[in-house]
Ligand binder design. Structure first.
Ligand code: N01
Length: 546
């Protein structure tokens, strides 16, 4: 059917794509505000990230009291977290609890993937089509498809030829997998590979960790609550949320590290004598070898190299075999990629049944039916676990046929210069389509739940504004979008995050052919929230309303 020919009244006010934290927060707020809605979710249940990434060791890196929804007092009061940072199973249970407690499941069509969304000019509606043949007409679409939800299959010859089990961390089997007695390879040492390594090592007959780039990781400091500790925190929830939402990270802590402790600028590493740097390492451990501990490490590449030295020293203290310890030291700037926290990663390399395969000494040639052939020899295997990451931030949107005004595809609009949005919330030429935690917003640099709550609130208030005024459409203007993209780029300019040696997924550098653009907004969630609120209260400056 010709999309432009649709002239009927819409089926629903809003289609919400995705039923992770973002989709659920949206549905709840939309229903409270009296909008009709249809949710769609590719998985068989709610959870998003925590539905798909069920590999052994999967765990959040923000403390659960903050990595949880504040939008419903009932949910907040009734749920009990068992540890500082919840494992995947508990997060999945929590999200299911949220869906049930808020009665959201009935709004969602599960096991259904949105394949196309097409703007119909004549009726000012979106036609949303799915792989199950649904065709909804909606006045608005909200994508809550996740920033790390489009899995990447590595470009390795013979990938499909392996006769053993091939597993992906980001699509791990629901029933789990028993590695007992197996020769296992994990390819990839980002957050997923680092978290899975100690768990798989405990079961496998032998584990080979295939490392292309070493990881900056430090101990998570996770633990179960002490007696009465969680209850005391829960009683103090108002204060916790106030601090959380006022912070740049959308959380008062990253892992066990309290960000507030670093408000007064720490010393500069380049102005600190080497003996004092090492003395700090003795006193403070891993933390002294991170950008948190030094004022100049994130900004100055020389300072960064000095911190890398401290990091290498920490690894030498943990890992007994000197060759393995040396191979575990990263060769790229600290802080350019997402920091990782782990439970027993480096100690794992002291086990007799674990071998680090440093691909810098010889790359993978191909995968064969019996294992992995590399320039440094052949590894016979029963299982290969791919922890090879995602087409981040734009992957889920670009894998869907989203056609805006004039039939323009969003992925084509973003082809030459990378993603272009206004506030990470809307895209010029794509009216009435909101992107929860879209590129150009703080999203992945923050506690995702805080960013999701901020976006869902802003979007619903925007829809209420349109309804009050009897307006049918809202769209980012090309000028406002241009200025925002320039602002986001200027904020990220300089510093190690965009250094030429940095190959992070924030820059799209892990996807062959992807334009190198620093995608998230680096100015902090608190500053960003104020800007969004200011724009809304100023009559939605930079948006065309009609
Ligand atoms: O993915 P990644 P991830 N041959 O892209 C390697 C979040 N997360 O799933 O760096 C060999 O970080 C690749 O090597 P290189 C978090 O935001 C959070 O681990 O490209 N190796 C890299 O080592 C995180 O940042 C949590 O040289 C290949 C790895 O695979 C994000 O998700 C837990 C290869 C991919 O690492 C993504 O993490 C998990 C090849 N052909 C995830 N291709 C927590 O909350 C790729 N690699 C704690």
């Amino acid at each position: 059917m010709e999309a432009g020919a649709v002239t009927f009244p819409p089926d629903v006010d809003v289609v919400v794509v995705g039923a992770g934290f973002g989709g659920l927060a949206m549905l709840y707020r939309l229903r409270q505000a009296g909008f009709s809605m249809q949710g769609v979710e590719a998985g068989e249940s709610v959870g998003g990230t925590w539905f798909w990434n069920r590999y052994p060791g999967a765990r959040v890196d923000i403390q659960s009291v903050e990595y949880s929804l504040s939008i419903s007092k009932e949910v907040q009061d009734e749920w009990t977290w068992s540890e500082l940072m919840a494992p995947q199973e508990e997060l999945e249970r929590y999200i299911n609890f949220v869906a049930d407690r808020l009665d959201l499941r009935r709004h969602i069509r599960f096991d259904t993937k949105v394949t196309a969304m097409t703007w119909a000019e004549a009726s000012a509606t979106w036609l949303v089509e799915t792989d199950r043949g649904d065709r909804w007409r909606a006045r608005f679409v909200v994508t809550a498809m996740g920033c790390l939800s489009a899995p990447l299959e590595p470009a390795i010859d013979g990938l499909g030829s392996f006769a053993g089990a091939s597993l992906y961390t980001n699509r791990f089997p629901k029933e789990g997998y028993d590695f007992t007695g197996k020769r296992v390879a994990i390819i990839g040492t980002g957050s997923s590979g680092v978290q899975a390594t100690p768990e798989v090592a405990r079961q496998a007959e032998h584990l080979y960790v295939f490392q292309r780039s070493a990881a900056y990781t430090m101990p998570a400091g996770n633990r179960p609550w002490g007696p009465g500790e969680f209850e005391a925190l829960r009683r103090d929830y108002d204060a916790i949320r106030a601090v959380q939402f006022a912070s740049p990270l959308g959380a008062a802590r990253f892992g066990a590290v309290a960000i507030g402790d670093f408000r007064t600028p720490p010393p500069k590493i380049l102005e600190t004598p080497v003996e004092e740097r090492l003395a700090r390492l003795d006193r403070e451990g891993w933390l002294a070898a991170t950008p948190f501990a030094w004022a100049d490490v994130a900004a100055d590449i020389e300072a960064n190299r000095a911190a890398q030295e401290l990091y290498a020293e920490m690894i030498r203290r943990e890992v007994k075999d000197p060759q393995t310890a040396a191979a575990l030291v990263p060769h790229y700037p600290m802080g350019c990629k997402r920091p990782i926290i782990d439970i027993g990663y480096f100690e794992t390399f002291n086990r007799d049944n674990v071998t680090l395969v440093d691909l810098r000494k010889g790359a993978i040639r191909r995968i064969t039916p019996k294992g992995i052939d590399t320039e440094q020899g052949f590894f016979a295997l029963d299982v290969i676990v791919y922890a090879t990451g995602f087409d981040a931030m734009t992957g889920a949107l670009n894998r869907t046929d989203i056609r805006g005004r004039g039939g323009q595809l969003m992925r084509e609009a973003w082809l030459a210069e990378g993603p272009r949005t206004y506030l990470g919330l809307m895209v010029a030429g794509f009216p009435n389509l909101f992107t929860v935690t879209g590129p150009g917003s703080p999203s992945v640099l923050t506690n995702m739940v805080s960013s999701i709550e901020q976006h869902s609130q802003w979007i619903v208030e925007c829809l209420e504004h349109l309804r009050r005024r009897g307006l049918a459409t809202i769209e980012a203007t090309p000028e406002a979008q241009h200025d925002w993209v320039a602002h986001v780029a200027a904020l990220a300019e300089g510093g190690v995050r965009v250094h030429e040696s940095c190959t992070s997924w924030y820059l799209g550098a892990n996807v062959p052919g992807k334009v190198r653009v620093y995608m998230p907004y680096t100015g902090g969630l608190n500053v960003y929230r104020d800007r969004c609120d200011e724009i809304a209260s100023g009559g939605y400056a930079g948006f065309a309303l009609a």
